[in-house]
Design a binder for this molecule. Structure first.
Ligand SMILES: [Zn+2]
Ligand SMILES: [Zn+2]
Length: 254
């Protein structure tokens, strides 16, 4: 109804830490009302943005799910590019929302190498349980994956998109995803390869069904012998809604 308030999502990376020509490391571009954010920023995210016809120049904020390199490795290249691109002259701050313990890492790595930019600040903020940023109401939940790993829910214009980040099955993720229009789920492995700390395909379907989401996108796909499409069948055993395999550069409008 209010097209201007729609959220536009572009999958920049549907893969993992395993280098793949088909699936880049995790990264998602989310845009609404002229605000442009990244959810995770694994290696290659900046180039994927260019391929998607978007630009690092326009990013207002980055939301990091957890402290594994496949989810944040392009932060330093992002800040470097914002500092050093000729004639860019950025003058608005970049916000990095991150889990506990990440600010210290950022200071010790990125700031120690690049220092503080002139003309704008990089504001690193431990993501609170709830916050408002631009047009987004954001809610987080701890996930069962690594110390301080979190999932994100972005609400805007009465719609909701939930990113599990890396997550195993638990009630917290289900509660966070309640009635979401789109759930981007960690579907690291098919059921036959279930690994602790990650949702299997079947569990993705269980989360989607229990939460009552409209659409499920399976992402964070490790390479596996069974074809990726098997994961759609496995997650569909428990979930009647729409299921898609995330693909790099796929756009979903919500
Ligand atoms: Zn990961
Ligand atoms: Zn991880």
């Amino acid at each position: 109804m209010h097209a201007a308030r729609d959220m536009k999502l572009i999958v920049l990376g549907s893969g993992t830490c395993v280098p793949s020509l088909k699936r880049n490391a995790p990264g998602y571009y989310l845009e609404a009302e002229g605000f442009r954010i990244l959810v995770d920023c694994g290696s290659g995210t900046l180039l994927q943005l260019e391929k998607a016809g978007k630009s690092y120049r326009d990013i207002d904020s980055v939301f990091i799910t957890h402290k594994h390199p496949d989810h944040f490795a392009d932060l330093m290249p992002l800040v470097h590019a914002l500092i050093a691109t000729p004639k860019l002259n950025r003058n608005r701050d970049l916000y990095i929302f991150c889990p506990k313990g990440f600010v210290e890492y950022y200071e010790a790595s990125v700031v120690s190498v690049l220092g503080h930019p002139n003309g704008f600040s990089v504001r690193t903020i431990e993501t609170p349980d709830k916050l408002d940023f631009g047009p987004f109401n954001i809610i987080t939940a701890k996930t069962i994956h690594s110390k301080d790993s979190i999932a994100y829910r972005f609400e805007c214009g009465g719609k909701a998109i939930v990113f599990t980040g890396d997550a195993d099955y638990d009630q917290g993720v289900i509660a966070l995803a309640r009635n979401a229009d789109l759930l981007i789920a960690d579907c690291s492995f098919p059921d036959s390869m279930k690994a602790r700390g990650h949702l299997s395909a079947k569990e993705c379907g269980m989360v989607a069904a229990k939460a009552g989401v409209k659409k499920l996108a399976l992402s964070h796909l490790y390479p596996a012998d069974p074809p990726d499409t098997d994961r759609i069948r496995e997650s569909g055993e428990n979930f009647d809604g729409e299921i898609v395999l995330a693909e790099d550069l796929m756009t979903i409008n919500i």
